[in-house]
Every structure is written in structure tokens, then in C-alpha cells.
Design a protein around this ligand. Structure first.
Ligand SMILES: *Cc1c(COP(=O)(O)O)cnc(C)c1O
Length: 425
């Protein structure tokens, strides 16, 4: 019997069963079809059953689906790595600056593990002892493996394991959202500086979800904080890690959230939309400085990590084609158009039950007073032909970028009607 994720299996009802997908439409066995409002955990940015991705996949499968990356290389992996280096370069950055080296793995959590291993071993490789704690942000989420849980905030995801998690340091994000004033952001920057000043000798890295913290509650904060974090991490010899597993590939309105602040981290993780939902994959990118610390005459300084399926050729082929589609079909314009509609629609939703509304890029969030106000939302949305899945007291949408205006308004319409229903209008 199948064991489902994040699910009390005693309460699992008959689940909707998908039999086909096309564009943003999920076709169910019972004849219903749903508009996907959350891109299957934020990955399916081109929609389902995309002809160009299907063709790239089939063409690579006809050559070879997979070959181990230990002691062997192949074109799709080399080309994909080069493309990821190119697209993560900031405007104005020269080739050679920025993130230059790409380590593939099979999921976002493992990409985070690799990033943390890189950061901790970096200081060891430089001969600096005891610099192995990690600083992270409250309400952050970085995955479900042990070290990823350790740097994520305490939550339903981690509670069963609190006895074995060796936590580092944790700070609050600044208040004021994306457009916060410098005065609103400064207290959080001061906290960061005070913590680094006192503890930097033990801290290997500061890991953040840049601009938008997703699974931990969709909190949005100012690029000014990232700019300050970059400067302070450099000043206090702490590596800066951006976990862009959720925010990468256009979701926040820029190709990567780092671009809002025009800063480059020392290490960056991408996943989820990286392979457009076709299969699991992630990439951990690093600067020359990080990479060079791993060079030496034997394995002692090498990165001793190697997921079996890293650089899987099908993943590479799909990921490469996905980048081509994003660039040739002007996806950032699509995201801007989606943003304008989400903004307009959520502006029109008002109720005392809503404590906060947040939008950025192709993300729209309604935060309710409590999770009970969303009890029954999922079946309600399904009856109206929409697939949305609240997290706690958060009702959010993160649609595929290929969604039409009508389909998008259908999704936001369901959110609005739910609010009207619980407000008794
Ligand atoms: C989903 C997510 C992860 C974990 O990715 P998996 O592929 O589920 O292991 C890590 N970091 C962030 C920011 C995420 O949203």
C-alpha cells in the first residue's frame, strides 16, 4: 500500500486520481479536470505534457537515459552546467565572476546537504578549525533530510526529530515585506551584525531562502537585507548560501531572487522548476573561491559526495530545453503579466479573516487568522475545478507560467469565493 507524504495515513480519504495532464489542466479519472494553481509543488512551470520537453526527453532516451558521473562524463551534463553558470551570472558580471561550478544531485534536500558540506569543508580545507555552525532564518524551510531540517525552523516537519537535531543560530527576517524602508530593515541587519560579530569564529555559513520563504509560511522580505547580509558575511568570513530551490527560474519576477538584490552568494542551490517537474534534480553552484579550496593532491580535500543519479542525462536534456523555452518564450514577461492579475484579483479580496496579503512575481498569498478557516477549502476548490492546497493558515497560488488569463482568474476566483463563503457574504 502506498504511503503518502506529510499525511496522517489513518485519515487519508479517497484521493483524486490523475490520469492525464495537458498545459495547466489535470485530468482526473472521475471525469473532472482541474486547473493546477500550484504547479505540482512549484515545479511544473511549463505545464504538463509539454511537446518540446517531451521531445527533448525522447531524443535523449534514444541515445542513453543515464550513465554514472563517477569517472565518466557526457555532453548534456557539461552543457547544462555551462548554461546554469551563464544564467546565474548577474547583469554586468564578467565571465569568471559569480557562480562558476555546478554539482548535480537528485533533489532539493540533497542539494542543500551538498551546499552545507561544501561550506563546512571549505573552512576545514583552508586549515581553519571549529568553523562549522550554520546560521539560518526563522520560518525557513530547506528540505526534509537531517542537516536540512537542522537549518530549517522548528515545525510539523521537524518536531519528531528535535532530540537529534544539532541546531546552529537562527534570526528573524526583517519586517515590512519586499518594499520595506531602510528603517524597517535595519533592526534585523543590526541583529545579524551583532550575532556575526560575537560568533563568526564558529560560523561556516549563513543559509537563506532569498526574498521569499516558501514552505515555512510564504514570508517575503526586502532585498536590502540580502545586500547587507552579503557585505556582513564577507566582512566576518562567513559563506553566504542562497537556497533558490523554490524561488529560482522566474518565480519571484527575476530569473533568480538574488537578482532583486544584485548580489551573488558563495553557494546557490536550485531545484524544483530546474527540471520542470519531469523528474527530480537539483544543482549546487559555487564560486571559484569555494571550489578552489577543494583542490589538492589527494582525496583529503575533495568533495566526497556523489548521488547515484547526479547529472542523469534525461534530467540534463529536459533542464536544458526548459532554459531554452524560458528564454525563447519570454517567460519573465509572462510572470510579470501573471503578477499584475494576481495583484488585481487579491486586492479585491477583503475580510477580517485575512491577516495579510502578499504577492511577488507569480506568487500570491492570503494569510488567514488560523488554519481552521481553511478547513474544507480543498474539496470546495475541486468542486470548482481548481487544484490548490493550503499550508496551515496560508492559502497561496504559484501557477505554471503558461496559465492563460481566464484560467488564472478561475483560480483567484475560487480563493475570493471561499473568503466570501467564510465571511458569510
Ligand atoms: C522544496 C524545497 C527544498 C527541498 O527540495 P526537495 O526536492 O523536496 O528535496 C529545499 N529548499 C527549499 C527552499 C524548498 O522549497
Amino acid at each position: 500500500m502506498l504511503w503518502y507524504p506529510y499525511t496522517q495515513m489513518k485519515q487519508v480519504d479517497r484521493l483524486p486520481k490523475m490520469i492525464a495532464g495537458n498545459g495547466v489542466i489535470m485530468q482526473l479519472e472521475d471525469g473532472r479536470s482541474l486547473v493546477d494553481g500550484i504547479s505540482s509543488w512549484w515545479a511544473v512551470i511549463h505545464g504538463y505534457n509539454h511537446p518540446r520537453l517531451n521531445a527533448a526527453l525522447a531524443a535523449q532516451a534514444a541515445r542513453f537515459a543515464h550513465v554514472m558521473l563517477g569517472g565518466m562524463t557526457h555532453g548534456p551534463a557539461l552543457e547544462w552546467a555551462a548554461e546554469l553558470v551563464r544564467i546565474t551570472r548577474l547583469p554586468g558580471q564578467e565571465a569568471g565572476e559569480g557562480l562558476h561550478h555546478v554539482f548535480f544531485s537528485d533533489s532539493g534536500s540533497i542539494g542543500v546537504e551538498v551546499a552545507l558540506k561544501m561550506a563546512i569543508q571549505y573552512w576545514k580545507n583552508l586549515g581553519i578549525q571549529n568553523k562549522h555552525k550554520i546560521l539560518s532564518l526563522r520560518n525557513g524551510y530547506h528540505g526534509d533530510t537531517f542537516k536540512a531540517m537542522e537549518v530549517g525552523d522548528d515545525s510539523d516537519f521537524t518536531r519528531a526529530f528535535s532530540a537529534v537535531l544539532h541546531r546552529g543560530y537562527m534570526l528573524d527576517i526583517p519586517t515590512g515585506g519586499f518594499d520595506a524602508t531602510p528603517e524597517q530593515v535595519q533592526p534585523a541587519i543590526d541583529q545579524l551584525e551583532a550575532l556575526l560579530k560575537e560568533n563568526h569564529a564558529h560560523i561556516a555559513a549563513f543559509i537563506v531562502e532569498p526574498i521569499v520563504q516558501c514552505a515555512g509560511g510564504f514570508h517575503i522580505y526586502s532585498p536590502l537585507y540580502l545586500k547587507a547580509a552579503r557585505a556582513l558575511c564577507t566582512q566576518y568570513d562567513v559563506l553566504l548560501i542562497f537556497d533558490e530551490v523554490a524561488t529560482g527560474f522566474g518565480r519571484t519576477g527575476k530569473m533568480f531572487a538574488a537578482e532583486h538584490a544584485a548580489v551573488t552568494p558563495d553557494i546557490m542551490i536550485v531545484g524544483k522548476a530546474l527540471t520542470a517537474g519531469y523528474m527530480g534534480h537539483a544543482a549546487t553552484l559555487s564560486t571559484d573561491a569555494v571550489f578552489n579550496s577543494f583542490l589538492g593532491k589527494d582525496d583529503e580535500k575533495a568533495l566526497m559526495h556523489g548521488p547515484t543519479f547526479m547529472g542523469n542525462a534525461l534530467a540534463c536534456a529536459v533542464g536544458l530545453e526548459s532554459i531554452r523555452i524560458i528564454e525563447s518564450e519570454n517567460y519573465l514577461e509572462k510572470v510579470a503579466r501573471i503578477h499584475a492579475i494576481i495583484r488585481e484579483e487579491l486586492d479585491a479580496v477583503n475580510s477580517p479573516a485575512i491577516v495579510s496579503k502578499r504577492t511577488l512575481g507569480a506568487i500570491g498569498v492570503l494569510e488567514f487568522e488560523n488554519a481552521e478557516l481553511l478547513a474544507g477549502f480543498k474539496p470546495f476548490a475541486m468542486e470548482e475545478g481548481v487544484w490548490l492546497r493550503p499550508i496551515g493558515n496560508i492559502l497561496y497560488l504559484m501557477p505554471p507560467y503558461v496559465i492563460s488569463e481566464g484560467e488564472l482568474r478561475k483560480v483567484t476566483g475560487v480563493m475570493r469565493r471561499w473568503v466570501e463563503k467564510i465571511s458569510g457574504k
